[in-house]
Design a protein around this ligand. Structure first.
Ligand SMILES: Cc1cc2nc3c(=O)[nH]c(=O)nc-3n(C[C@H](O)[C@H](O)[C@H](O)COP(=O)(O)OP(=O)(O)OC[C@H]3O[C@@H](n4cnc5c(N)ncnc54)[C@H](O)[C@@H]3O)c2cc1C
Length: 361
């Protein structure tokens, strides 16, 4: 009798699993993908889209076409809960999908405290949100991490290219790029200042009003739209289910990418926390590296073979687009701001998305 493998979310690791499934069909396994959008948007290309270097089509993978080619059933829905013991996933419309093996790659959220602030997560919300906010005079970004800083620079570049007056404003609770060494933050601060981006550092946004954000230091920062990128937060998916989660609500996985306590439940990417590496950044680079291990382990588990272990790399390469085809490359203590860095980013990103796009065409 055939078994059912349920893939929930079309994140980076699952794109790799789907890609592999086209080449090597699993015998006697019926595969389904549950995802709320027909497209998977690639965040590595969001800065280039915002600035006007890429079209929307360049930044996304057509999931309906991709799954059709790979012989996978596509279910355009959002998962709301998992019943791990009963082996069922309940979707937000209350439909129920039974499985033998399930894998989650649903990403993270950023949850603004007020509906006045915009969010771009899940990623399919990015294009309409950024299309509106980049045309306004004083867009305000809450969050000084890599995503917030990169989008601040791309929006400012778009505004300059289109002669839209005003400056982008950024509020950051810590120093900008606080995960990187202090000299990288200094470099970025000087890029911000050359671009005219206004920065409120070491201040927390405490209230979002229609025309301003009030910080914990009592500053009122005026805005014409707020983009909330205050760090990766968990969807309620796992907190509402009987699975072990960290204090934020990300499900714990072992180094085999299996959930704690359930061998038949797998997970990768931002939506999970590795029990042995609880401080690993919620970054696409790790989700990408987990993809091949997840693929092998899903096969191994279904065949009853021993599972592989995933060991995250110590340092990860990040390249932030700073506008006008320049990039700030960071790798451990190294930081390098140049056109070559952007060229490398463009190469990595276009090759990544092309791998899945060419396969869906
Ligand atoms: C502007 C920006 C730039 C970034 N640049 C970089 C970068 O250069 N390098 C880097 O490493 N990281 C970068 N990141 C972070 C990166 O986007 C995330 O870490 C990464 O997308 C996480 O990948 P993932 O596979 O976990 O999930 P995602 O890529 O977020 O994909 C999750 C998928 O699951 C779907 N989904 C969500 N909820 C459900 C549900 N309940 N049921 C079913 N499906 C669901 C979503 O629609 C989506 O298709 C950036 C983030 C932003 C915002």
């Amino acid at each position: 009798m055939s078994k059912r493998l349920l893939l929930v979310g079309a994140g980076h690791a699952h794109l790799e699993v789907i890609h592999q499934l086209k080449e090597r069909k699993l015998s006697q396994v019926d595969v389904c993908l549950i995802n709320p959008s027909s497209y998977q948007y690639y965040s590595g290309m969001f800065s280039g889209y915002t600035e006007g270097l890429y079209e929307e089509e360049d930044t996304r993978v057509d999931l309906e076409a991709l799954t059709k080619r790979a012989g996978i059933h596509f279910i355009k829905k959002s998962a709301g809960r998992i019943l791990p013991k009963q082996k069922k996933v309940v979707c937000s419309d209350r439909s129920v999908y039974p499985f033998d093996v399930v894998s989650f790659d649903t990403g993270s959220r950023s949850l603004p405290p007020s509906s006045i602030a915009r969010t771009i997560k899940p990623n399919y919300q990015f294009i309409p949100q950024v299309n509106e906010i980049r045309k306004t005079t004083h867009p305000l970004i809450v969050g000084g991490g890599a995503a917030g800083c990169e989008l601040a620079m791309s929006i400012q570049t778009y505004k300059n290219k289109h002669q839209i007056p005003g400056n982008v404003r950024v509020i950051s609770a810590e120093r900008i790029l606080s995960d990187a060494p202090a000299h990288v933050s200094r470099k970025l601060r000087s890029i911000f200042s050359k671009k005219g981006i206004q920065l409120w550092e070491h201040e927390r946004a405490s209230e979002v009003l229609e025309d301003c954000v009030i910080t914990d230091k009592g500053n009122r920062v005026r805005h014409t739209g707020v983009l909330w990128l205050g760090g990766a937060e968990a969807d309620s998916l796992f907190q509402d289910s009987d699975v072990a989660c960290d204090e934020q609500g990300f499900a714990y996985v072992r180094d085999t990418l299996q959930f704690e306590g359930y061998d038949h439940v797998f997970g990768a990417g931002d939506c999970v926390t590795m029990t042995d590496h609880p401080h690993l950044a919620k970054s696409g680079v790790y989700a990408v590296r987990q993809g091949p291990v997840l693929w092998e382990n899903l096969q191994n588990y279904l065949k009853g073979n021993p599972l592989k272990r995933y060991n995250p790399q110590t340092n990860a390469l990040y390249i932030l687009s700073t506008g006008h085809k320049k990039g700030l490359l960071t790798y451990g203590p190294i930081a390098h701001h140049s056109h070559q860095a952007w060229k490398l980013k463009n190469k990595i990103d276009t090759e990544f998305i092309q791998k899945y796009k060419s396969f869906s065409e």
